[in-house]
Design a protein. Structure first.
Ligand code: GLV
Ligand code: GLV
Length: 321
């Protein structure tokens, strides 16, 4: 009976699918990320591992698991936690969960764009602190999105959903930068392609949708913040290290940009020194895909990937590099 190890409790749907196949399924009962040593012990002898973005899957992990391992199915679209080359060399399949979370991550990006521009979180805090003494014409002046320019860094599946919604629904002018131009999407969603510098110079709002790779690390740092409008807002639901977070704190302090809303951080769960003390920030804990619908769908897709691999078939969403 194939052995499957799940590195943390996830929505039941996928776990039940694996159990119904008759696999010997073990789900970590630790409340939190498994300590490395425990993880390496637990995966010994596993035929499949359902991993999280917080687990480092590398050569050491493969050695600990053993040669029977067939697949590592990541419960995430991002796979910067996986050394895919090391897996391929040992004929271990790597899979992720693209597609099912596009809307939910896009919706969170849009939520953050709106919330930072309208000062929603700051104003909520003001109410709770009992500071509201009556309506005022100059209180909490924010900004509108309509008619403004939204710059998308990365036009993958998620970036395209944001582009569609914001161009059609919010009447924004949408420009994008990506290593690949996508002329079909340009026509479909009325987009304009720009290089990164021109995008940063012209955008009133910037939203990040690139994966974490050596090329995207610190794509936005001190030099890029200088190029941005002083009135610009920045949103990141992709991966923290795309932004040089210390440089971001300095840029906010210096007034180089107007505000930032982050779902992801450079060294999670830590935040750069000083970030949380800045008023023009919204900080949420890596929850862009965290909806009941999407987390269920991710659980199902990760399980399907494992079932396919253990049946000798091609998984639904293998990672190809
Ligand atoms: C979440 O961050 C994911 O990559 O799915
Ligand atoms: C994720 O699915 C992306 O390609 O943006």
């Amino acid at each position: 009976m194939p052995k499957v190890f799940v590195t943390r409790r996830i929505p039941e749907i996928g776990i039940n699918m694996l159990k119904e196949k008759g696999y010997d399924v073990e789900v970590s009962d630790v409340d939190g990320v498994l300590p490395r040593k425990v993880l390496l012990e637990k995966v010994k002898g596993a035929d499949a591992v359902l991993s999280l973005l917080t687990d480092k899957i590398n050569a050491e992990f493969l050695d600990a698991a053993g040669p029977q391992l067939k697949i590592v199915a990541n419960y995430a679209v991002g796979f910067d936690n996986i050394d895919v080359k090391a897996l391929n060399e040992k004929n271990v399949i790597a899979a992720n969960t693209p597609g099912v979370l596009n809307e939910s991550v896009a919706e969170m990006s849009i939520t953050l764009l709106l919330a930072i521009a309208k000062k929603v979180v700051e104003a909520d805090k003001f109410m709770r602190e009992g500071k509201y003494k009556g309506w005022g014409p100059m209180m909490f002046l924010g900004n509108d999105l309509a008619g403004k320019t939204l710059g998308l860094i990365g036009l993958g599946r998620i970036g395209q959903v944001v582009a569609q919604r914001m161009s059609a629904g919010f009447e924004m002018k949408v420009i994008y930068y990506d290593i690949k131009r996508n002329e079909e999407a340009e026509k479909k969603y009325n987009l304009e392609y720009r290089d990164l510098e021109s995008l940063l110079k012209d955008s009133d709002f910037v939203s990040i949708h690139v994966p974490m790779t050596p090329e995207t690390k610190h794509l936005l740092g001190a030099d890029q913040f200088k190029m941005m409008k002083k009135t610009a807002y920045l949103v990141n639901t992709a991966r923290g290290p795309v932004i040089d977070e210390n440089a971001l704190v300095e840029a906010l302090k210096a007034g180089l940009i107007k505000g930032v809303a982050l779902d992801v951080y450079e060294n999670e769960p830590a935040m750069a020194e000083g970030l949380k003390d800045l008023p023009n920030t919204i900080l949420i804990p890596h929850i862009a895909s965290a909806t009941e619908e999407t987390r269920g769908a991710m659980s199902e897709l990760a399980a399907k990937n494992i079932i396919a691999a253990l049946s000798g078939e091609e998984p639904m969403t293998p990672i190809k590099i």
